[in-house]
Design a protein around this ligand. Structure first.
Ligand SMILES: [Zn+2]
Length: 109
């Protein structure tokens, strides 16, 4: 059963980088943490420019949410709104509600 791995961006230099794939919160659905980190690396998340005093933007120890999205996880993830990019099954979701809806649809089977 996959999990939702959540990476929070450190606002290095006083700002966050936001683009098609990356925002303040990046969630990646993956089978384990190693795979989530490989995906994050492919997105370039570990190579982003950063301020030396503030440190890197992302580290490779994401928070793992249990795939039981019927419970607390879904409500918490939904609250992240649009500061969010969710990567699930080859699609990028720019809104946390849409992401949760897609994951719920899958989990219903
Ligand atoms: Zn700094």
């Amino acid at each position: 059963m996959p999990s939702i791995f959540v990476f929070n961006q450190n606002n290095s230099g006083g700002y966050c980088i936001v683009d098609n794939d990356i925002a303040e919160v990046v969630a990646i659905v993956a089978n384990d943490e190693d795979y989530a980190n490989i995906y994050a690396e492919e997105l370039g998340m570990f190579d982003l420019p950063y301020c030396k005093c503030c440190g890197r933007r992302f580290d490779n120890s994401p928070y793992e949410y249990n795939y039981d999205v019927y419970g607390i996880s879904a409500r918490e993830i939904s609250s992240w709104g649009d500061t969010f990019r969710g990567h699930y099954n080859g699609t990028v979701y720019t809104n946390a509600d849409s992401f949760v809806a897609a994951v719920l649809e899958f989990a219903a089977y």
